[in-house]
Design a binder for this molecule. Sequence first.
Ligand code: FES
Length: 99
Amino acid sequence: MLEIFFENFKKKVKVEPGANLREVAIANRVSIYPHIFKLLNCRGRGLCSSCRVEIVSGKVSERNEVEENNLRRALKKNPDLRLACQIKVEDNLVVRSHV
Ligand code: FES
């Protein structure tokens, strides 16, 4: 089992390796969506970019093409940004949401 610490919520959760970060957050009642995007999001299809998170520490899957395309501009300001819906958890993580 791996452990994810959601920094904004001061909440730790246990997950199996390979789990999807967005699904883990939802299952544990951690909101990764800011404001109205709690309702208006693409449900993990990688289209809306509203599930942005910053991986503060730990290793995750490589950034895929969906992330590269949707985060292109934002990555210039913060190269640690990821889309939670595209991440497979491969390590203990510290995650900052609403970035
Ligand atoms: S939920 Fe829309 S990009 Fe992740």
